[in-house]
Design a protein around this ligand. Structure first.
Ligand code: SF4
Length: 321
């Protein structure tokens, strides 16, 4: 659809295909660091943003959006037209406090910070192929210190559920240190996701949403999942909240299991994407229908079949988007 007809409350932007990490679980597969895919064009981005009919959450994703040298300008454009910028990041650049201050000053509303290993380097080694605990903890602290709301993203399988509780305690202790009351004015969220078997992925078990709800209940008490998000009924994702010593923290659970086309969340009415030709499409449907031979920005190598079984143990291992 054209930008002026957009119906999605969340629009993602593929800010750049460059990344400074090489995680074991990355949905971009062979698109990562592929020089065929340039960064988003600032002028064309502005043209889309000014045509959107309603206030929209603009989500800067990537690979790693902080590797786009125009990111602060893109954030400012988003704010100028009264939309709400947020970002998904691996957080390495946010270990630099000045960079976090720059994000805040540009108008960033919140950042999704991936912390698959929590405080534990051994888990980062398995999920993210490196010891990242120190850098990620510094990034988290810089956000809380500088009043930039972190949504902490953790992909879980049976091997790393144990990192969640110490991670949540650490977040609360940082809020105590900087006297940040958690709640509507500083809505820290912990986002737990299962393994989506697309791109490069860990060959491990994909939790169902109900298994993840039970895990969080065992940890936090009797949480009440809400499957209506931004007024849209969802089946694969829910939110909840729970009490901490610094106020009410929010939680989100997302099941990234894939459908028969190898795509997760294809029925979502909330998530759209600004495409390579600067139109609007449903987020994952778009990736599933890209013709890799036709367009320079999203040209892709040949696709492989994808494992559709929950265990992933006896299906093909990898899909190349
Ligand atoms: S998952 Fe994110 S941080 Fe990791 S390699 Fe892919 S784009 Fe980079």
């Amino acid at each position: 659809m054209k930008p002026e007809n957009n119906t999605y409350p969340i629009l993602s932007v593929q800010t750049t295909y460059q990344c400074n990490m090489a995680c074991a679980n990355c949905y971009l597969g062979d698109m990562l660091n592929n020089p065929k895919f340039p960064d988003v064009d600032v002028k064309k981005f502005e043209d889309v943003i000014k045509r959107l009919p309603n206030k929209t959450h603009i989500r800067f994703i990537g690979a790693e959006p902080t590797l786009n040298g125009n990111l602060f300008e893109l954030i400012k454009i988003t704010k100028k037209f009264n939309h709400r910028p947020n970002m998904l990041t691996n957080g390495l650049k946010l270990a630099d406090e000045d960079y976090v201050k720059g994000l805040k000053e540009s108008g960033m509303t919140w950042i999704g910070l991936s912390m698959n290993g929590g405080l534990d380097d051994e888990v980062y080694k398995r999920f993210d192929n490196g010891k990242y605990a120190k850098l990620k903890m510094r990034a988290l602290e810089n956000c809380i210190k500088n009043n930039l709301v972190p949504h902490v993203n953790v992909i879980i399988d049976p091997s790393n559920v144990h990192i969640l509780e110490p991670l949540i305690s650490h977040i609360v202790s940082l809020c105590e240190k900087y006297n940040r009351k958690i709640g509507p004015h500083f809505p820290i969220m912990i986002r737990v996701k299962s393994i989506g078997k697309m791109g490069n992925f860990l060959d491990s078990y994909t939790f169902t949403i109900y298994e993840m709800i039970n895990l969080m209940r065992n940890m936090l008490g009797d949480i009440v999942p809400n499957f209506t998000i931004d007024g849209v009924k969802e089946t694969n994702t829910c939110t909840f909240d729970f009490k901490t010593s610094m106020g009410k923290m929010y939680g989100k659970i997302t099941d990234w299991s894939v459908d028969d086309d190898g795509l997760p969340l294809t029925n979502s009415k909330r998530r759209g994407i600004i495409t390579d030709d600067y139109q609007i499409k449903p987020f994952f449907d778009y990736y599933g229908k890209i013709d890799e031979t036709q367009h320079p920005r999203l040209e892709q190598p040949k696709r492989l079949p994808i494992a559709t079984k929950r265990s992933g143990l006896d299906g093909p291992r990898k899909r190349t988007l």
